[in-house]
Ligand binder design. Structure first.
Ligand code: NAD
Length: 283
C-alpha cells in the first residue's frame, strides 16, 4: 500500500518530532492533540527547528517552505484520517485503547494504525479495534528527527504485509527499522531501564548526587547522564514506562520504580517540558 498521508495523534515531545520528520520527507502530515495550546507549541517548535536547520545549511529554504505546506494541525479528532496513523499520546493503556477504537471506527479498513508506546503490549492495545492485522508498534526514539532507530513491533494479529510496509516506510525517511517481538519494553527500553533505575538508586542511596552521577556517566562515554536524559524524556513518561515493565515482569525487583522519580512526577517536575526536573531549564 502506498502511504501518502500520515496522521500523528499527540503533539508532545514525540508526536511533534515524528510529524516534523514525515512533513520534511514530503508526506501530507496532520498533527492532532486534545490540547490546543500544546498543538500550537508543537507547530512553533517544528517551524523553529526547520529555521535552525536552514541556518546550519542542513535544509534549503525551498525544502523548509515545502515541508511547512505539508504540515497541518488539528484539535478535532474527526480530522485524524490518513493512510497511516501514529499514536503518541501519554503512556497509558486505557487512553491509547480508547483513542484507537475511535480512530479505527473513523478510518478506512486500509489504514494502518500504530502506537509509539515504549512499553505497553501491542496485542493488548489492539484488542478493541476491528482490524488488528493492520495494527503494530512503531517506536521512535527521542529526539525523533535525529535518532535513526525505529522498533517495529508486531502483535499477535499483525499481518506480515503490515510489518513489511512499515519497514519500507521507515527506510524511506532515512531511518533504520528493527523488528521486535511484542515483549515488555521491546528491546531498547528493556535494556535501558537499568540505566535509569540503577542511577536513581544511586541517588536514593546517596552514593552520589545526581549531578555527579551524570558527570561520571558522561566522562565514561555516555552522551548524556541518566538524569539529564530522564529530563529530556519526561519524568512522567519515564516513570510510567518503568511501572509498566515492573508490572509486566510481575514485580521483578530489578524494574522497581523509584520513589525520587515518583516525587518529581507528583510535583510536576517533569523535566525540559515543564522547565524543571532534576535540573532547571529556561522556558
Ligand atoms: N518521551 C520520550 O522520550 C519517548 C520516546 C519514545 C516513545 N515515547 C512514547 O511516546 C508516547 C508519547 O510520549 P511523549 O513523551 O511525547 O508524551 P508527552 O507527555 O510529551 O505528550 C503527550 C501528548 O498527548 C496528548 N494527549 C493526551 N491524551 C490525548 C488524546 N486522547 N488524544 C490526543 N492527544 C492526547 C497530550 O496533550 C500531550 O500533548 C508515549 O507512549 C511514550 O511512552 C516517549
Amino acid at each position: 500500500m502506498a502511504i501518502k498521508k500520515i496522521g500523528v495523534c499527540g503533539a508532545g515531545t514525540m508526536g511533534a518530532g515524528i510529524a516534523q520528520v514525515f512533513a520534511q520527507h514530503g508526506f501530507e502530515t496532520i498533527l492532532f492533540d486534545v490540547n490546543q495550546e500544546q498543538l500550537e507549541k508543537a507547530q512553533a517548535g517544528i517551524l523553529s527547528s526547520w529555521k535552525r536547520l536552514v541556518e546550519k545549511g542542513k535544509l534549503t529554504e525551498e525544502a523548509k517552505s515545502a515541508a511547512g505546506k505539508k504540515l497541518t494541525i488539528a484539535a478535532d479528532l474527526s480530522d485524524a484520517k490518513a493512510d497511516l496513523i501514529i499514536e503518541a499520546v501519554v503512556e497509558g493503556l486505557d487512553v491509547k485503547s480508547d483513542l484507537f477504537s475511535k480512530l479505527s471506527a473513523q478510518n478506512s479498513n486500509e489504514t494502518i494504525l500504530v502506537s509509539n508506546t515504549s512499553s505497553l503490549s501491542i496485542t493488548q492495545i489492539a484488542a478493541g479495534i476491528s482490524n488488528p492485522e493492520r495494527f503494530a508498534g512503531m517506536h521512535f526514539f527521542n529526539p525523533a528527527p535525529v535518532m535513526k532507530l525505529v522498533e517495529i513491533i508486531g502483535g499477535s494479529h499483525t499481518a506480515n504485509s503490515t510489518i513489511e510496509t512499515l519497514k519500507e516506510l521507515v527506510k524511506s525517511i532515512g531511518k533504520n527499522p528493527v523488528v521486535c517481538k511484542d515483549s515488555p519494553g521491546f528491546i531498547v527500553n528493556r535494556v535501558a531501564r537499568h540505566f535509569y533505575v540503577e542511577s536513581l538508586k544511586i541517588a536514593e542511596e546517596q552514593v552520589a548526587s545526581f549531578e555527579n552521577a551524570d558527570a561520571l556517566l558522561e566522562s565514561a562515554g555516555f552522551k548524556m547522564g541518566a538524569f539529564k536524559l530522564m529530563d529530556v524524556i519526561g519524568n512522567d513518561i519515564n516513570f510510567a514506562v518503568t511501572n509498566s515493565l515492573f508490572q509486566a515482569f510481575h514485580g521483578d525487583a530489578k524494574f522497581r520504580p523509584s520513589r525520587i522519580q515518583e516525587q518529581k512526577v507528583k510535583a510536576n517536575q517533569l523535566g525540559v517540558k515543564t522547565g524543571e526536573g532534576f535540573y532547571r531549564y529556561s522556558k
